[in-house]
Each structure stands twice: as C-alpha cells, then as structure tokens.
Design a protein around this ligand. Structure first.
Ligand code: HPA
Ligand code: ZN
Length: 347
C-alpha cells in the first residue's frame, strides 16, 4: 500500500489517536450528550419524555435510520437560545481538539429548530461563535454546512435557504440528511441548483439505506462534490468505477452503520473493500453521542475489527484532508503534519 504499511500493529492504537485528521461528517445535533440534553432541558424549562439520563440512554437501541431520527429530533428539542447552540458545538470542538482533529465541517439541521419557532439566526450565530472560538482557543479549523431535511418538502428547503441567506458568509455549503428511503435526491433538484448558483459547496447523504441509484442522482442531478455514507455503492460496479475515476469522496461512518443495522457488525463493514477499489473513503463519527463513540473510537474499533494496517490509516487521514473544502494551502500544511507523525511512528 505505502511506506507505512509495516508499522507494527501494536503501535496502531497510539498512531490512530495521535495522527492529525479531519472530520467531514458530524451532525452537530448528534454530538448532544444525554447529560447536556438534561442540563439544557433544566436551563430552558423543556419537559423531556425520559425521567433521567439512564432512561434516555436505554432508548438508544436502534433498528434502522428512522428509529434513530425519532430520538435524535426529540433530543434537539432542548436547544432554544444562541448559547445552547454555542455550548453544544463547543463541547464537540473541545473533544475534537483532544482527538487531534485539525479541521472539521459541521452539519447542522436548521429546520429541526425553525419548526419549533427558533430563529435561524439564533442557530447560526451560536454555532458560528463556537467555531470562531475553536480557531482562536483550540487551533481547530471548523466550518458549517447547512443540511436540508429530506423528509420535508423542497418548498420548505427553499424557504430555509432564503432565511439563511442573511448569514451566507457563515456557512460554506449545504447537505441533505434525514430519512433517505422514499426521499430521493431529485426531490431537491431546484434548491441544490440555486445553492450551486450561490457558490455554496454541495454534499448529500446517499447510499446509506438508499440504493445506488440515489448516489448516481446525487452526483448527476444535485451535482454534489462528496457523498455522505455511500457504502451501498459496492452493489453497482459501474458506480464504483465512476466514484474512483472522479475521486468523489465518501464520508463513511463505521459505528453509525453498525448502530443503524446497515452492517451486522464492524467485522462485516466494507471500508476495506472501498479502499481496495481505490475510492476516496474517509472515517467519521456521524452522531457520536448516539452511536457509541467520537472519531478516534471509530478508527480504533474499525481497525481492530478489519484487516487494516497503518498504511490504510495514512490513506484515510490523508483523504480526510484532501476531501475537505479547505484551501490548498491549509491542506498542504495539515498533510505535512500528518507525514511528520507517520515518520515518527516508523522510526
Ligand atoms: N443519516 C441521515 N440523516 C441523519 C443522520 C444519518 O446518518 N444523522 C443525522 N441525521
Ligand atoms: Zn449523517
């Protein structure tokens, strides 16, 4: 694979934790830990359907994407004020810094909040304050990607975009998330075309639970630059060739895939297959408070379960920087730090 493949396996856990990396698929509302949900509920006088943290955690037994989304939207109901959004994102960014995440692109779901009467400016200003603080105090680079909820109408997405435009300089792109099956990418053709005209970067969840056709249409109709998840691409060899040739990144989320029953266990995850096919795969946490771990835990457990070595770790970390929407200069600086770390572990 590369000059790092023969770094001894016993050094892998330390290497995976220490290596500089980027996280490109994290829903910030999915980083809301049960303790913070209860603290914010108390602070804001919101009544929850669960009596305590333990009862809430016990409900985190998911059978598919929808069973997770129902609880995830309930958890987000405690977020009302600008400080709530700041505190949630800040907690994630502190953790990211501890895990040697140098750059992160955070998804947020404004419709989850505007539907409850929260102004979109409250959401964006709170998140933005946390990302600016992260750069200043933690040295972590962080950008925001506004996601449209695909179970809602395209009209609703268009209205959300209009509401967000006064804050255009605060987010770098748009994505598409929530219930995938029955809500194909082409449902959002007009709103993505408009976002493209506005110069926003484009991504979409596709091929998590939905078929390969949704990945084709995310590329050809929405014209996205990255596919979130995308693991079902392997069912279509022509699609795999297309993704490899055009170097379309996939933001893969191993622990999420197991928790939502996309794969029966990590030992059956297809990350190794994706890399062997030459795809620009990356590792991400998706909704770390709900799926059993933050980014380093995703790397550690996946490498423990699959026949992956330090050569693969290097490729995944490098892909995470190359697949990001950061500047070429930033990417080069981060990759130089990545190389230094791997050279240190080699000697
Ligand atoms: N898929 C779709 N929508 C989501 C997810 C996911 O994994 N996490 C949060 N919203
Ligand atoms: Zn996701």
């Amino acid at each position: 694979m590369n000059r790092y493949a023969d770094i001894p396996r016993e050094r892998l856990p330390a290497l995976l934790a220490a290596m500089p990396k980027a996280e490109l698929h994290i829903h910030i509302e999915g980083s809301l830990e049960p303790q913070l949900i209860f603290a914010l509920a108390a602070r804001n006088g919101v009544k929850l359907a669960y009596p305590n943290v333990e009862a809430l955690r016990a409900a985190y037994a998911f059978t598919d994407l929808q069973s997770f989304l129902d609880i995830y939207y309930a958890g987000a109901s405690v977020l009302l004020l600008e400080d709530d959004f700041h505190d949630m994102a800040w907690a994630y960014l502190v953790r990211a810094a501890e895990e040697n995440v140098l750059h992160t692109e955070l998804f947020f779901d404004p419709q989850t909040h505007t539907a409850r009467g929260v102004d979109i400016g409250v959401v964006i200003r709170g998140l933005k304050r946390a990302t600016e603080r992260a750069r200043a105090e933690l040295g972590v680079s962080a950008a925001l990607i506004l996601c449209f909820l695909r179970h809602l109408s395209e009209e609703d997405a268009l209205q959300t975009l209009e509401q967000a435009l006064p804050y255009r300089e605060h987010f770098i792109g748009v994505g598409l998330d929530s219930s995938e099956r029955g809500h194909p990418p082409e449902k959002f053709a007009r709103v993505f075309a408009r976002c493209r005209e506005l110069g926003l970067r484009l991504v979409a969840h596709a091929g998590e639970e939905g078929p390969p056709e949704y990945i084709w249409n995310a590329l050809d109709v929405l014209k996205v630059e990255r596919i979130d998840h995308g693991v079902r691409c392997v069912e279509d060899p022509a699609l795999v060739r297309r993704l490899a040739e055009q170097r379309v990144p996939l933001t893969v989320c191993p622990l999420s895939n197991v928790k939502l029953c996309v794969f029966a266990d990590l030992g059956r995850h297809n990350l190794g297959e994706l890399l062997a096919a030459g795809l620009v795969a990356t590792v991400n946490s998706d909704d770390p408070a709900y799926f059993g771990g933050y980014l380093n835990q995703n790397y550690l457990e996946t490498f423990a379960a699959l026949p992956l070595d330090a050569g693969h770790a290097y490729v995944l970390a490098r892909n995470s920087f190359e697949a990001s929407f950061a500047s070429a200069a930033d990417k080069a600086g981060w990759i130089a730090r990545l190389d230094e770390t791997f050279e240190r572990f080699r000697s």
